[in-house]
Design a protein around this ligand. Structure first.
Ligand code: PEP
Ligand code: MN
Length: 348
């Protein structure tokens, strides 16, 4: 239930409504916008009549919310969620570019790629150290050794690092290193993991499941938000369809639909969405044109020898070219690419 206060409602009236919500056994979510204060009453609100709040002083209108993803919903929180990510903001007018290899393979590989993507205009570095592979015999990631290399790359370039977490057993270790936790498509409904991430105060990049609906994606975001962690970034990464020409099918619709339904930032992963380096730039352009707040792109200096996802990885120079094209689309949309942070490492 959403209680919209009159523009001139006093702090005492707002507090009084909050007390009433609590007495009804519901949780309170306060959103103080420029125009009005909106108070969300979250919980088993369906059995409570709206009249219980309508007569209270300062209340303009009481609305029932039908969407099950109450905290993720734009109804509760009309303004975009904007949160800082070490030197830039996500969810604001500026578009954020996350780039790097699918997997961290060696120290030199991640350091070299980090410098290259940063020079091309990336804002954050991606790299997997725990890899969700279809086969248990494929490379599973470097684990903590990979985290150390990523931390070194962050130090050299000033870019925050985005790393996939597969299980809550990895949480304590990863908390020491990671700036943004990536939840992969295969774990979108790993509810124990989502709850554990909801208890942290680090940003979470939540990828859409291979066959998940938009509503299921938002319900998974709700698990993280319900723990009090408000820093959730949604990522469309292509869905399974009957089409076999590409690895997945980019659901470009998901971008405007999500932007309409939720206040959370929405980004697109054109690498997993297409599975082919030749198509990544075109789909990246489309994502920005459709209103995405950012991109996460796989980049490798030698895709033919990459241990995972080489086929869909851009060479650094191709990534630089993609950034130029995406910048032009962003400008046409009245947006820009977030500026790269000044390097922090000694010696730069
Ligand atoms: C990845 O980002 O390398 C990855 C495994 O992505 P997804 O979970 O979208 O398949
Ligand atoms: Mn990958």
């Amino acid at each position: 239930m959403m209680i919209i206060m009159k523009p001139n409602a006093t702090p005492e009236q707002i507090e009084h409504v909050i007390q009433h919500i609590k007495e009804a056994g519901l949780n309170v979510h306060l959103s103080q916008g420029v125009e009005a204060t909106v108070i969300g009453a979250v919980g088993e609100a369906h059995s409570i009549p709206t009249e219980r709040f309508e007569g209270l002083d300062g209340v303009e209108v009481v609305k029932r919310i039908t969407q099950p993803f109450k905290l993720a919903s734009r109804q509760f929180h009309p303004e975009n969620s904007i949160f800082p990510l070490d030197g830039f903001q996500i969810g604001a007018n500026e578009i954020v570019l996350i780039a790097g290899p699918c997997s961290v393979e060696s120290r030199s590989q991640i350091l070299e790629t980090a410098q290259a993507v940063r020079e091309a205009g990336a804002n954050a570095l991606r790299g997997g150290v725990f890899k969700p592979r279809t086969s248990p015999y494929s490379f599973q990631g470097l684990g903590e050794e990979g985290l150390e290399y990523l931390a070194e790359a962050r130090e050299e370039t000033g870019m925050p690092i985005v790393v996939e977490i597969m299980s809550q057993t990895q949480l304590d270790l990863m908390l020491k290193y990671v700036d943004v936790f990536q939840v992969g498509a295969r774990n979108m409904q790993n509810f124990n993991l989502l709850r554990a991430l909801g208890e942290t105060r680090k940003s979470v990049l939540l990828k859409r499941g291979l066959s998940a609906t938009i509503e299921e994606l938002l319900m998974s975001a709700e698990y993280i938000l319900a723990g009090g962690n408000k820093q959730v970034i949604l990522c469309e990464r292509g869905i399974r369809t009957f089409e076999t020409a590409t690895r997945n099918t980019t659901d470009i619709n998901a971008i405007p639909v999500l932007k309409n339904l939720t206040h959370l930032p929405v980004i697109l992963d054109p690498s997993h969405a297409t599975g082919h380096a030749d198509y990544v730039t075109a789909v990246a352009r489309a994502a920005i044109a459709a209103g995405a707040d950012g991109l996460i792109v796989e980049v490798h200096h030698d895709p033919a020898h990459a241990v995972s996802d080489g086929k869909q990885s851009l060479r650094p120079e191709k990534f630089a070219d993609m950034v130029k094209q995406v910048r032009a689309i962003a400008e046409a949309m009245g947006r820009s690419i977030a500026p790269i942070k000044k390097p922090v490492a000694v010696g730069w």
